[in-house]
Design a protein around this ligand. Structure first.
Ligand code: HSE
Length: 309
């Protein structure tokens, strides 16, 4: 029977000032999903590797199958699909783990059915996976995982997603301390009301960041990478956040912040050499705190999902 194996990448959501509206994809880590059409009807999760048995095998509770099911319901297609999920990234890491799985799922099923939908049309189905994972269908991980590159969610209702130019010399450093934070929990602690002065600073920064990306103005990107709304609250969940951020900036990063809902911390740099120096500095900082971490350095991934076989 026809089968496909798809890789979908990790993503950095929020990118400091763009809570729920800005994200970009990286080359690694990411998740792999193998899907095979079968004669039987319905979805079946045959195997999940790399999750220590934590993820639900029930198709109504797993982000991959919920996203695939939303896609099949929309097309009113009743096919049988066996699914094998290989988690190659940590759960609760702030790297868009649930998004990578959901995107690999919807991209893969669309391939198996000979692409009845455009890639951009798959986004609402992948968002259903996020709704299941954290209670909100936020798109700032699934959109860049699906479309590649830097992505802005200009509006959720109606959904309006805009690809943002990526400057030539932009490299991400991501350090994942080996602790777990559930996105649901990291969302529940956020303040519901904002001060107007903070909102003004935040939307000035996001305008500056987008402009800096389009004009390849690295100093403007640097000045704009500031989050006065979410980071002050969430950084309390990440041991050593202030020291790690200070070490990244001292090593030459343009800016630094929490990746998605954390605990991963990301930086952007304007050369690959600096991105590696920043990685060393951030990792060393966590080591001093006796916290082991995984480190990734990557340009922005323009491709998004990839059919491996
Ligand atoms: N925008 C989401 C949040 C991303 O910060 O809660 C989660 O990865």
């Amino acid at each position: 029977m026809k089968s496909v194996k798809v890789f979908a990448p990790a993503t950095v959501a929020n990118v400091t000032c763009g809570f729920d509206v800005l994200g970009f994809a990286v080359h690694e880590p990411g998740d792999e999903v193998i899907m095979q059409l079968t004669d039987a009807k319905g979805l079946c999760i045959k195997d999940i590797k790399g999750d220590d048995g934590v993820l639900p095998r029930d198709v109504d509770k797993n982000t991959v199958t919920v996203a695939i099911k939303a896609y099949l319901d929309h097309l009113q297609v009743d096919v049988g699909v066996d699914i094998y999920l290989e988690k190659k990234m940590p759960l609760g890491s702030g790297l868009g783990s649930s998004a990578a799985s959901a995107v690999a799922g919807v991209y893969g099923i669309n391939e198996l059915l000979d692409r009845p939908l455009e890639v951009s049309e798959l986004l609402p189905f992948a968002m259903q996976g996020e709704l299941l994972a954290c209670g909100e269908p936020h798109a700032d991980n699934v959109a860049p995982a699906l479309l590649g590159g830097f992505v802005l969610i200009r509006s959720y209702n109606p959904l309006d997603v805009v690809k943002i130019h990526t400057p030539k010399n932009l490299f991400a450093t991501i350090v994942h301390p080996q602790i777990e934070i559930a996105t649901k929990d990291a969302r529940s602690i956020l303040k519901r009301n904002l001060l107007l002065k903070d909102a003004i600073r935040q939307w000035g920064n996001i305008g500056g960041l987008i402009t800096g990306l389009f004009t390849e103005d690295y100093q403007l990107i640097s000045r704009s990478m500031e989050d006065v709304i979410v980071e002050p609250v969430r950084s309390m969940l990440i041991p050593g956040f202030d020291q790690v951020k200070a070490s990244a900036l001292a090593a030459g990063a343009l800016g630094c912040g929490i990746s998605g809902s954390g605990p991963s911390i990301f930086s952007l740099s304007s050369s690959v050499e600096t991105a590696h120096q920043v990685a060393e500095a951030m990792e060393a900082c966590f080591r001093e705190l006796d916290i082991l971490s995984d480190v990734f350095v990557s340009p922005v991934n323009q491709q998004g999902p990839l059919v491996i076989s």
